[in-house]
Design a protein around this ligand. Structure first.
Ligand SMILES: [Zn+2]
Length: 126
């Protein structure tokens, strides 16, 4: 009886540890290749919302979500504030560092922390 409950406790502990890990920071990966891009814990609110829908000058509409860090991204091009969706922020194109898929944009502003606007649908839970 004692031995049995010990085993039960051990199993319960293991399960608890597993769910804490899962709740900790599930990763979000590139929808094309599975490369780890960012984590749920990096989600932030910018301009009063986490998700935004914007249309670029080519009339392409993007639904994006804001993230603080996205270590799995690579960036191309010089920063520009042309047609920026976040006033005061210049942007660069953010790609998957492994496969080059376009994932969104990096936003930078002097004196503020940079953040990412990543296209919903380009990332998936790991
Ligand atoms: Zn990729």
């Amino acid at each position: 009886m004692f031995k049995g409950s010990e085993q039960f406790e051990a199993a319960k502990l293991k399960q608890t540890r597993h769910s804490v890990q899962a709740a900790d920071a599930p990763r979000l990966v590139c929808g094309e290749c599975g490369h780890a891009i960012t984590a749920e814990s990096e989600r932030i609110t910018m301009g009063g919302a986490h998700q935004h829908t914007f249309t670029n000058p080519h009339r392409v509409t993007y639904r994006i979500a804001c993230f603080r860090d996205a270590p799995g991204c690579a960036y191309v091009g010089a920063a520009t504030d042309e047609f920026t969706w976040f006033p005061g922020y210049a942007w660069r194109i953010a790609l998957c560092a492994r496969c080059g898929a376009h994932l969104g944009w990096l936003y930078q502003k002097a004196g503020s922390a940079a953040f990412h606007g990543l296209i919903s649908g380009q990332l998936r839970a790991e």
